[in-house]
Design a protein around this ligand. Structure first.
Ligand code: SF4
Length: 247
């Protein structure tokens, strides 16, 4: 079984995939934001969200200890807590919890084709309180640009998959995919207060995405069978550069 991150990594660079790299890897500070948002929803799903602000601060502090254990100064920790609170409040302005209620976190449905079995990775599934109800899925990424909307062919595959899964709610339930990212904390401009998510969304199933998905599966299979050779890799930021033959 192939995960979405593995599939995308192998299409980007088969060598990176072989070295167990991940092009969807997020930074420590992004992890604090993304995991904290998911944990707030988990408390909500378990009916354990009693005091939003208090519970949020507790979650953020635990995640700072988990993802940024090397932070030593009180000043840095306080900065990261207030940075995270500000950004997470921005998130809940986009998806107010009174309108968008959670159905699931870390949802991973499988799509099987004649070539591969692919585990899709969906950080959140929300249902919008509207008439008719609408399903939203939120995917947290290291970086989001408009380019994703046109080129990530898995958008259409995810929409189709969720329409089938939630067809019991309505036979043609609207589904919208959202990709969100925040820049990592820099610890440099600590007085900055204006933060925002980069956000793209789509609710359309495109024929071209389906064609591209088929071509990508063939490319993936080809790359498994042949040795990856390139003369020189210009990606100086690659996390596996030191281990890579081409770096
Ligand atoms: S250095 Fe370049 S070729 Fe090597 S794994 Fe990274 S992206 Fe791939």
């Amino acid at each position: 079984m192939l995960t979405e991150a593995q599939f995308k990594t192998s299409l980007y660079c088969p060598e990176l995939y072989r070295l167990d790299g991940n092009i969807l890897e997020v930074s420590a500070s992004q992890n604090i934001i993304y995991e904290s948002i998911k944990e707030v929803y988990l408390l909500f799903l378990k009916n354990n969200l009693f005091d939003f602000n208090k519970d949020l601060i507790k979650i953020i502090k635990t995640n700072i200890a988990n993802y940024h254990p090397s932070l030593s100064t009180i000043d840095d920790i306080q900065y990261l807590v207030s940075w995270a609170i500000n950004i997470i409040n921005c998130y809940f302005k986009i998806f107010p919890i009174t309108i968008y209620t959670p159905l699931a976190t870390n949802f991973s449905p499988t799509v099987s084709t004649e070539f591969i079995s692919l585990k899709l990775e969906l950080d959140l599934i929300l249902v919008e309180d509207a008439n008719p109800s609408k399903i939203h899925t939120v995917n947290f990424y290291p970086m989001v640009t408009k380019h994703i909307k046109e080129n990530d062919f898995l958008i259409s595959i995810k929409i189709q998959c969720l329409k089938e899964i939630y067809s019991h709610i309505s036979s043609n339930i609207p589904v919208k995919i959202h990709y969100l990212s925040v820049p990592s904390a820099t610890f440099r401009n600590k007085s900055q207060k204006n933060y925002s998510f980069s956000h793209v969304s789509s609710g359309k199933v495109k024929k071209q995405h389906k064609v591209n998905f088929l071509n990508a599966q063939k490319k993936y299979l080809e790359s498994c069978d042949s040795l990856h050779t390139i003369p020189y890799c210009p990606n100086t930021n690659c996390t596996k550069r030191k281990e890579c033959t081409y770096g």
